[in-house]
Design a protein around this ligand. Structure first.
Ligand code: ADP
Ligand code: MG
Length: 594
């Protein structure tokens, strides 16, 4: 078995598993489907005998009376079929809508559990296209494909049995078409699959392009890049258009080929039928019934080929959704113990010869340092030195390639990530806000907080004054990524969130980088207040913000090269001293040699 079929099998298994909780509903829907098809096969037979009866009948009143068994059987079978079809449709959609809801939730929850490297590589719009459009395409597998194939097979076999009952010779003649139609289905299936995959991929590109353009609209405007963006979109849409047309052409030629096959077959069967009537081996009622059945049996064949093609689109979508569902635990799980140690973090941190690389590129080399409980440590160093990476490792977003990170002497790879992160408040480099209200943004991750607590957190972060001036106060919507607020306002809200969390450990990544010196000085006091009694690691890019740090750790090219109080480091006259002397802004400096 080649690799592609193995993974197709895995995908099929994974998606079939979603049906488990709907077993009874599926049995009921299929029974309805079965009854409705059985009725569909019985109807032409009953119609045939009714025609024969009509030929024998001389008076209308003797035909339309209560004793005409053929007539009333036909009417009741018809009514029975109507009820079965109704139940079948309703239950099928109950199953498929339910399954789609389950898949979407599973995909989203899978997404939330993905390791960070996944997000480093994916396009955001592509993910949203998978969760919305692709899941819908997968739905067709459940609504149409499986059920229709099942029904079609039953219909084909049912019709063939009834045809055999009427005339085995004519049935054999009709069946000559079967190998030819199977060959047609197989021939077109691969072409459909290829085109369907490329369409799903292109749809992901379209969606990610639209998403990116709306997120970065300010940059696009400022750089007058509307035409460039439009051209990029046009090129993707053109490709989508071309593949759509190719898909339609393939579909049209398949439809024409199948129809020609069907009608040629029916023509020959009919000629043969007339011949049998002439011989007296068959009556006209039987021929009509046979032709209806023969035509009916070709419909599911045509339909199956249509479904097989459609399934290619659903399967292409399924493999894209599958990549979200598939277990993809953080790499830290590789050497993770079966159970986590019970733990109540206090806040003492040490890095013990930690090495780390993103996709093979060394970023941290033998990093060794420790931070005592309650200590305020500033991480400084040139841009790209690895400071943010140190914070991300502390949060357990990535795991070291070698070495250990200890929290109160416990290796964090043995600590439940949820417990680890509950002890930490993280203020990232870009203060990303959710497009929700200020209230929700401050309360984020702290849903049980009361209004008074949120107000006090906002006050401590120096945000209360500006929030009060807003017409809608705490209910003000902040816009996409907090676009309706200034950099300083955004930063204060994020700081408020950290105050509310009341953490043991505070990780701040250049919290004042977007602020003017006035705002920075104000925020510095708020940070000082927040850091009281907590272990704090702050990446700093201005010397003024680290004056009150207990200790400064200087990082360069992924290594710790100096460590001590700001005064000690100045006395040492090392890299920190050189940086201090030549600029007030650490990152203005060229990268010093190690
Ligand atoms: P700093 O915060 O000191 O400016 P970072 O820790 O962000 O530096 O980055 C350190 C190095 O790692 C840089 O060379 C950067 O290009 C690289 N890097 C950071 N994040 C990623 C990532 N997600 N994938 C690949 N490389 C990364
Ligand atoms: Mg950084």
């Amino acid at each position: 078995m080649n690799k592609a079929t193995t993974s197709d099998l895995n995908i099929a298994r994974r998606f079939a598993a979603f049906l488990k909780s709907y077993t009874w509903q599926i049995i009921f829907a299929l029974t309805c489907a079965l009854c409705s098809s059985a009725a569909g096969i019985a109807l032409p037979l009953l119609a045939g005998s009714l025609i024969n009866k009509l030929q024998e009948t001389t008076q209308v009143s003797s035909f339309f009376n209560l004793h005409n068994l053929e007539l009333w059987s036909l009417v009741s079978v018809f009514a029975f079929q109507a009820v079965c079809s109704y139940c079948q449709v309703v239950y099928t959609s109950r199953i498929s809508e339910g399954v789609v809801r389950d898949i979407r939730i599973a995909a989203f929850s899978g997404l939330l559990k993905k390791e960070m490297l996944f997000f480093d590589q994916i396009k955001v719009g592509d993910v949203s296209s998978r969760v919305s459009k692709d899941v819908n395409d997968v739905q067709e597998l459940y609504t149409e494909s499986f059920q229709d194939i099942f029904l079609s097979i039953i219909e084909i076999f049912g019709s063939i049995s009834a045809m055999l009952y009427i005339s085995w010779k004519m049935t054999l003649l009709t069946l000559c078409v079967a190998p030819l139609s199977a060959a047609l289905v197989l021939y077109y299936r691969n072409r459909f699959r290829m085109l369907a995959r490329s369409q799903a991929r292109l749809m992901g590109d379209i969606s990610s392009h639209a998403q990116e353009a709306s997120t970065h609209i300010r940059i696009i405007r400022a750089f007058g890049a509307e035409t460039v963006e439009l051209k990029r979109m046009l090129s993707v849409c053109d490709k989508f258009y071309t593949s759509g047309i190719s898909l339609a052409k393939v579909f049209a030629s398949q439809t024409v080929a199948s129809r020609v096959l069907v009608w040629v077959a029916i023509f020959f069967v009919m000629l043969y039928g007339f011949y049998l009537i002439a011989l007296g081996d068959m009556n006209s009622g039987q021929l009509v019934a046979f032709l209806i059945l023969a035509y009916k049996s070709t419909q599911p064949v045509l339909h199956v080929s249509y479904i097989v093609n459609n399934m290619q689109r659903s399967l292409a979508a399924a493999s894209r959704v599958y990549s979200l569902l598939e277990d993809n635990l953080p790499s830290r799980s590789l050497n993770q113990p079966l159970s986590f140690v019970p733990f109540n973090p206090q806040g003492q941190i040490s890095f013990d010869r930690v090495n780390f690389s993103y996709c093979g590129e060394d970023v941290l080399n033998d990093v060794v340092f420790s931070v005592d409980k309650g200590e305020f440590v500033a991480l400084v160093g040139p841009s790209g030195a690895g400071k943010t990476t140190i914070l991300k490792l502390l949060l357990g977003f990535y795991s070291p390639s070698s070495g250990r990170i200890l929290l109160d002497d416990v290796d964090i790879s043995r600590v439940d990530p949820a417990i680890l992160r509950s002890a930490i408040a993280y203020v990232p480099q870009e203060s990303m806000l959710f497009n929700r209200s200020i209230y929700e943004n401050i309360a984020y991750g702290n849903n049980s907080a009361s209004f008074a607590e949120i107000e006090s957190a906002a006050k401590n972060a120096g945000a209360l004054d500006f929030i009060r001036t807003l017409p809608q106060g705490f209910d003000t919507m902040v816009g996409e990524l907090g676009a309706r607020l200034s950099g300083g306002e955004r930063q204060r809200i994020v700081l408020g969130r950290a105050f509310l969390r009341n953490p043991k450990i505070l990780l701040l990544d250049e919290p004042t980088s977007n602020l003017d010196s006035n705002n920075e000085a104000l925020l510095k006091d708020n940070i000082k207040e927040l850091a009281k009694g907590r272990t704090t690691v702050m990446v700093a890019h201005r010397f003024s913000t680290i004056e009150h740090a207990d200790r400064v750790i200087v990082i360069n090219s992924g290594r710790v090269i100096e460590s001590g109080s700001p005064q000690q480091l100045i006395q040492q006259r090392g890299l920190f001293y050189q940086m201090r002397m030549s600029s007030s802004k650490i990152e203005d400096l060229p990268m010093p040699a190690v």
